[in-house]
Design a protein around this ligand. Sequence first.
Ligand code: GLN
Length: 553
Amino acid sequence: MPTESNRDYDPSLGRKFIFVTGGVMSGLGKGITAASTGRLLADAGFDVTAVKIDPYLNVDAGTMNPFEHGEVYVLKDGAEVDLDLGNYERFLDIDMTSDHNVTTGKVYQDVIENERAGEYLGKTVQIIPHVTDDIKRRVREAAAGSDVCIVEVGGTVGDIEGMPYLEALRQFATEQADEDVLFVHVTLVPYSTNGEQKTKPTQHSVKELRSIGLQPDIVVGRSEDPLEAQTREKIALFCDVPRDAVFSNPDVEDIYHVPLRLEEEGLDGYVLDRLGLHGEAPPHAEYDTEWRDRVTSEATATLTVALVGKYGLEDAYISVHEALKHAGLEHGLAVDRKWIHAETLANGCEGELEGVDAVVVPGGFGSRGTEGKIAAIGAARERDLPFLGLCLGFQMAVVEFARNVLGLTDAHSAELDGGTPHPVIDLLPEQGQHDDMGGTMRLGARATQITGGSLAHDLYGETCEERHRHRYEVNPAYIDDLESAGMVFSGRSGRRMELLELPEHPFFLGTQFHPEFRSRPTRASPPFVGLLDAALDGATDRTAGQTASGGEA
Ligand code: GLN
């Protein structure tokens, strides 16, 4: 096991690097393969970190549309990043920072600022060496202190945007000892129409890599089924890698099983050998098995949780989906997530929530679907259905309560209806009225103080530190009225309301923050655990009630 004493390297630098590239097409699960490799090395006792390279020109993912790109993930330092970083945090159980996400926007911004500041001493500023140097510096800095840093290059080999990165990694490898760097190429192995596994796309993408001076050390074949022996032989031969450096990563039912699959393939042992880390790793049988035990635990029951959102894409709410799954793993429950398009609920919920054990209303921006979300929250409140509202879901719970309990029928959020006479959700006066995109967003981890005796206190204890991504707040002018009518703001951060609950309800919780971003398979998020607890109680009561009245058990 690595200990402080046997780290005979400069701890301000990373030690070992695994560069992961993708071939043939994107969306192969390259990030999951990379994160799973990291998980195995972490189970062997190493400090693993990761860097995701996004070759797009955006500086960060903050302005990207979830319809197109999936969720914007938020790190503890407030960085708005690609959802892949969420996978690294979940698989490796680490907290990353903005430095772990390298984008072309960031790199060029720095290089151009340096040029304007005269730091290149009159030289012509070029992709090689100035841009590539900046990329290498970023990778080294992000890896500092880790045993192994996994660097994933987004996109596919051959993309124009990716070229400076591959060149930078090539240079990086020549600057390190051979044993310190491994190149892993993840590629698609499709079937031909007559059911044969085809290696030609893999051969072509490796050829493309080699034309820019990179030879993969390991090839991972993504395929529907395990790679056949002759497929592996062919890849080894044509891509010039040893036969035992070709690994199979077939489709699995659950992404959390990918590390287990790669472990069966012996990927961890091979990587440890090639990186010269074998002597430091414990025998395989002594690996930490917490991950394996957790993700393979048998579910004893299935709960149905409705997710009422507006972005039809599952990727747009990936962290919420995963957080529900983690809470399920903690309880030994399977969670069946029922997707409900908020716009279909605008005229009431009717049968849509039939058979649903709990309701989650996630975050979002803009007014589309908000009336449907408010209807779903009202139904959950009235029907005693366990409810969790996240960020916009929290804000809409305040709006629903103001309208239907306080009788302020036109109450709304000033973000969504600028003319409302009752802006129960609004910007605080001290926030000013900037309308600069991203300018006033409250981002990242902030502490919340929690009131004793509350539901939130049962879940979290006295404080919690969760991640935020919002502009609007509960309007202080309405807090007394809301609380007199039975809504309790059980968590606060100065003048900002962070948590709300309804003590009369079995489980009605709203969070201004996004607890889903800190949820991990082996460390589920308290609000999600509480939600499923209450949902299970409700489901059990209903079943008992039905049995007692002679209905279906
Ligand atoms: N749009 C709301 C705000 O800016 C909520 C944001 C969110 O749900 N992430 O305050």
